[in-house]
Design a binder for this molecule. Structure first.
Ligand SMILES: [Zn+2]
Length: 144
């Protein structure tokens, strides 16, 4: 397993192993993004959510992976608290946008549309500690 990827819980680790078969393109995109995040920014990737059956979202179809965005309130101004727990690492907001730009050079959400007309492969959303980068691919990426 890629050594620059952490998981919020064991469940996400199990799901990520399944993703390799359910959606190889998304799996490869996440691994490549994690490698890029480490190489360019020395930032770990923490996967917080993958499969959410029954929801009205790409997550119900193995087409979405959430990655934590670092938020300073996780580590209050206390030297002891600043000893980061590995599973709480995350991308910076700036890194997320650069990773998105890099991905746009070689993968698209919808392979039938020019890159500037389809959905984004990374959407950064959520507030505060909930902020995350949502990595996603279109229906072409899975067998249904
Ligand atoms: Zn998501």
């Amino acid at each position: 397993m890629n050594h620059t990827i952490n998981f919020k819980h064991g469940r996400q680790a199990e799901e990520f192993a399944l993703l390799r078969h359910k959606n190889p393109a998304l799996y490869a995109m996440v691994v490549a993004s994690a490698d890029f995040a480490w190489r360019e920014f020395r930032q770990w990737t923490t996967i917080t959510s993958i499969y959410r059956p029954g929801v009205d979202s790409v997550h119900a179809w193995w087409r979405g992976v959430d990655v934590r965005i670092y938020h300073p309130s996780r580590w209050p101004d206390d030297p002891v608290a600043k000893l980061r727990r590995e599973d709480e690492e995350g991308w910076s907001e700036e890194a997320a946008y650069e990773i998105a730009e890099w991905l746009d050079r070689w993968i698209w959400y919808d392979d039938a549309l020019p890159e500037d007309e389809g959905h984004e492969v990374i959407v950064v959303h959520g507030v505060g500690m909930e902020r995350h980068a949502h990595l996603q691919l279109g229906p072409w990426s899975v067998d249904t």
